[in-house]
Design a binder for this molecule. Structure first.
Ligand SMILES: [Zn+2]
Length: 64
């Protein structure tokens, strides 16, 4: 599995944790997101900041 970094802080994201925190019934969809260069992934910390300050931006997914 490829390495993804948080779009904002560039912390390495862990695929196992990402899957665990997603919907386990939809691993294939989560994997497609993970593999897509056009979708921004965030660590938990940055995601929380983002939804707090930019709640109207809808293109991101989070991990962690
Ligand atoms: Zn981050």
């Amino acid at each position: 599995m490829r390495i993804r970094k948080c779009f904002r802080c560039e912390k390495d994201l862990d695929y196992e944790s990402y899957i665990k925190n997603g919907n386990s019934n939809n691993i294939q969809h989560l994997t497609e997101i993970w593999e897509c260069d056009y979708i921004e992934l965030y660590c938990c910390h940055c995601y929380c900041l983002k939804i707090k300050y930019q709640p109207k931006i809808e293109t991101e997914y989070f991990y962690y």
